[in-house]
Design a protein around this ligand. Sequence first.
Ligand SMILES: [Fe+2]
Length: 278
Amino acid sequence: MNPRIVKDIQSIFVCNLNEFENELNALSLIRKYDEYTYLHCLNVARLSVMLGRRFELDDPDLVDLGWAALLHDLGKLHVPIHILNKVKKFSPEELAIMQSHPLESLAAFVKLQPVTIDTINRLSAAFEHHQRFDLKGYPVVQRKLNLHPFSRIVSVADTFDAMTTDRIYQRRILPDLALRIMSQGFGTIFDPIVLQAFITSMGAYPVGSLVRLSDQRLGFVTGYGKNSRVDRPYLRIMENGISVEEMDLMDDRHSGLRIMHSEFPEDHELEGKFQSWK
Ligand SMILES: [Fe+2]
């Protein structure tokens, strides 16, 4: 077992990895093929399991959801790397290859393990993660069956991570903007219950966001209290690259302050600063 991969998984959910040797091998193939896709799968699993906990899934279901998310893009191993990381627009042939990856994910998943009543939940997101709540999207299906709940969760996590991480061909967008854009897909692209739970969990400004206050100071969002409003988190105020004050925006002393918008940390030489506190 690759110790880095084991550590990465254990930071997301707990399971007996000896029972998932095939899945671990598949994940290490993804990592060897394309580091971005591997990191994306980890992020999608982390966000999916967070949502699963919010929906109070029991431990075996959380493990299934975690694996469903970790391997949802397994079929990208069949997409040539020059297409996977293409900067320019896809040709129709390239788009068809790219959009074949959910079907390839399902095929690869079935090869990994026998399909049984115990493993079926892990398969769902592989095929369905680009299908929308209204059953548009791809692969195009004629039948009108509802998506598996895990697919609805992975779809939200997948979209958010794809929008908020840098790619070779596009700069990421800020997390609060991603949530606002995604909220336009309530009940059409995304399951409204899943999306609402996601937005509530993340807060209007997800943890790690750098925000500009109405008094022009900058601060990192460090968390939300049980009774915090979604736009009034805990902050660490930054001055000249240093954290100078911890603040709870719910505190009456700060009632005159509000968050104006978020900004990119690298525009203020604060890249990696938030991660360094973890
Ligand atoms: Fe995908």
